[in-house]
Every structure is written in C-alpha cells, then in structure tokens.
Ligand binder design. Structure first.
Ligand code: NAP
Length: 259
C-alpha cells in the first residue's frame, strides 16, 4: 500500500536539492506531484526523473515563488487537474552571505521575500483550498539556523525563525479544519545551497571533514542528503502523522546537539 496514493502535492523549489528529493519520495509513494521552481529547466528535469520511474508529475512553467498570481495559477491548475490539494511543501529558498554592517537592504528584503513571505503566500493559497476540503498538510522547510547560527546569515536566520513562528500560528488557526502544519529544520545537507559563490562545497572542505565528520561535530558523521529530509517530509504528509501540528522537526544528524 503506497503511503500517498491519490494525494496531490505542490512542492516549491522542486528543481533541485531537497525539493527534488521530496518530489521523488512523494511520487514514489503514489502522489501526483506539482513541481514549481524559478529554475524551470531543473523542474522539468525532476519531472522527467519521476516520469521515468513511473510516477505522475507536472511542471507548469517557470514559477517564482514570490509571485502571488503565478502561485495562485499553479494551485488552481493543480486542483483542476487532480481534484484536490492535499499537501503544500514550502521549500524554495535562497541565502545571501553578508554581515549587518556591509549588508544591503535589498538583499535583506530578497531573502525575507523568498524564505518567509513566500511561505506565508504558499500556505495561504493552500489553506484556502484545504479549508473547503476539511483536510490538508502544510510543510515548510526551515533550518537549524532558525535557532543556532554563524555570522553572515542574519536575514536567512530571521526568515527561517519566522517560518517557525508562522508554522505555530497557522497550526492553531487551521486545526479546526483538520489541516496539520509543521516545519522541518535540516542541518548540513549536500545540495546546490551547500556550494559557496567561489564554487567550494562546504561539505567537502578539509575543515568539514576534520571537525564535522572525523571529530563528530555532526554525531552521525556525515553530511545529509536530500532523501534524509524527504523521509521526514513523507512522514508529515502521510497518515502516520495524525496528532502532531505546529512542530519543528530537526533533521541534522545530531549537529545541533554538539558544541
Ligand atoms: P537548492 O538546491 O538551491 O534548491 C532551492 C531551489 O529553490 C532551487 O531550485 C532554486 O532555484 C529554487 N528557488 C530559488 N529562488 C526561488 C524563487 N524565488 N522561486 C522559486 N524557486 C526558487 O537548495 P536546497 O538545499 O535544496 O534548499 C531547499 C530548502 O532547504 C531551502 O528552503 C533551504 O533554505 C533549506 N535548507 C537547506 C539546507 C542545506 O544545507 N542545503 C539546510 C537547511 C535548510 P535556483 O537554483 O535557480 O536558485
């Protein structure tokens, strides 16, 4: 028995990394997955991978998650095609590295817009349909950086902490409609986002291998991969998750436990 048989899910940022991992996992469990990404080529690639494996996926073009009208069209098209919207995964995200003194207001606003405001918009669009259905799941990808930090990521941290606050508030507001709202805090996951501007993958540096892996700053001794997050996103979307809402699930190999 597939765990998401006949369910329909929209996944933002599904053209690479964690979003693609979640899309593949959901489709493998029988869901119709609607892939939205500003990187249309990536989203089409994800669609091809899923279809090749026998799954059902759609991509309705290049979709900027901060464009409310475009996102509404995606939602409406998904509902028209599949008859319902069961799961909304707010996953798209960006990071801009800057400290408070040198950072620019434009960059701050962009990071907040993509990582927080778009979560509000995607959730609102999904909730409108889910309230009518009297069922649904809203899952947002936050980060362990919502509660621990390094320098140069102020806007990102603020946005990811905001996602946790919004998740709790929506969980309370939408509970009467049988809509469960939860968030996931990934740790260091090997994706496009772990590659810095100069092309260095932070999960491949000597420092990472020495301190995070060999010396077990990450107790499980490896960087995460998208499928590690996808498994948790599957649980949150499935009937196995019935009595949990407003929670932040930390999926970081134990990273946030260590000093
Ligand atoms: P990723 O591989 O860069 O995937 C993010 C996807 O979102 C990309 O395809 C990106 O397109 C897309 N995107 C960016 N801006 C968008 C917009 N305005 N509208 C629609 N799509 C947009 O990174 P990832 O690691 O999988 O990140 C997924 C989520 O996990 C993010 O919310 C991130 O903050 C969170 N996260 C990641 C880690 C980690 O270690 N990787 C840890 C904690 C949390 P482009 O490639 O064209 O930019």
């Amino acid at each position: 028995m597939l765990r998401l048989e006949n369910k329909t899910a929209i996944i933002t940022g599904a053209g690479s990394g964690i979003g693609r991992g979640i899309a593949e996992e959901y489709a493998g469990e029988g869901a119709n997955v609607v892939l939205s990404d500003i990187n249309e080529e990536g989203a089409q690639e994800t669609r091809a991978i899923i279809e090749e494996a026998g799954g059902t996926a759609r991509c309705y073009g290049k979709i900027d998650v901060t464009d409310y009208d475009a996102m509404r069209k995606v939602r409406d098209q998904a509902v028209k095609e599949f008859g319902a919207l069961d799961v909304m995964v707010n996953n798209a995200g960006i990071v801009v590295y800057d400290n408070i003194l040198e950072s620019r207001l434009d960059d701050w606003r962009k990071v907040i817009e993509v990582n927080l405001e778009a979560v509000y918009m995607g959730s609102k669009l999904a909730a409108e349909v889910m309230v009518e259905q009297n069922s649904g799941r809203i899952i947002s990808i936050s980060s362990i950086q919502s509660f621990m930090t390094t320098s140069q990521v102020g806007a990102y941290n603020a946005a990811k902490a905001g996602v946790v606050g919004l998740t709790k508030s929506m969980a309370v507001e939408l509970a009467p409609y049988n809509i469960l709202v939860n968030a996931i805090a990934p740790g260091a996951i090997k994706t496009g986002m772990s590659v810095a501007k100069d092309g260095t993958d932070e999960t491949e540096t000597e420092d990472f291998k020495e301190n995070y892996l060999a010396k077990r700053r990450i107790p499980l001794g490896r960087a995460g991969v998208p499928r590690d997050i996808a498994g948790t996103a599957l649980f949150l979307a499935s009937d196995d998750c019935r009595y949990m809402t407003g929670q932040l699930l930390i999926v970081d190999g134990g990273y946030s436990l260590t000093l």
